[in-house]
Design a protein around this ligand. Structure first.
Ligand code: FES
Length: 162
């Protein structure tokens, strides 16, 4: 259930958008920025105010990997599964990351501190296999043994309790 505070945020985004179907993607982006993800209630509000069907709104949003329909963690760890990383052991790194965090790829810890995702090539193939934290910190030449350090760093530097 969406909290009133978040409903107000969605309302504010939609205030300037009534009936303007052409700005659907911009509205989705702004709502996600404000609320953190795209809850079903928000999607219904968007559909109603832009005079679109809910199916249409979901159809557009789900086309883009950028949009999320569940709450995400304060920190997002991405393990690269591109070809170079895959060949050099990314699967083992991902498996260890899942074990250490207690979640599967695509999931978020219960305390909403960390979301674990996979990603295609991040452009650092020479350092494969790699992972990123919050699209800022890059960890290269990973082995499963290094996963503990990354999780500890996410805990300490990013103020989480994984
Ligand atoms: S495949 Fe992972 S950085 Fe290129």
């Amino acid at each position: 259930m969406l909290q009133q505070e978040d409903i107000n945020k969605v309302d504010a985004v939609l205030d300037d958008a009534s009936g303007q179907r052409g700005i659907l993607i911009a509205v989705l982006q702004r709502v996600q920025e404000k609320v953190g993800y795209l809850p079903e209630e928000a999607m219904k509000m968007i559909a109603e105010r832009l005079s679109l069907s809910l199916n249409n709104v979901y159809g557009v949003a789900s086309f883009y990997k950028h949009f999320h329909f569940k709450p995400r963690g304060k920190n997002v760890v991405k393990v690269c599964m591109g070809t170079a990383c895959h060949v050099r052991g990314a699967k083992a790194v991902l498996t260890e990351m899942e074990a250490k965090l207690g979640i599967k790829e695509g999931e978020t810890t219960k305390d909403l501190s960390v979301t674990l995702e996979t990603v295609g090539c991040v452009g650092c193939c020479a350092l494969a296999p790699v992972a990123t934290v919050n699209d800022q910190d890059l960890y290269g030449e990973l082995t499963p043994k290094m996963v503990d350090d990354i999780v500890s760093t996410v805990r300490s530097e990013h103020g989480t309790h994984v």
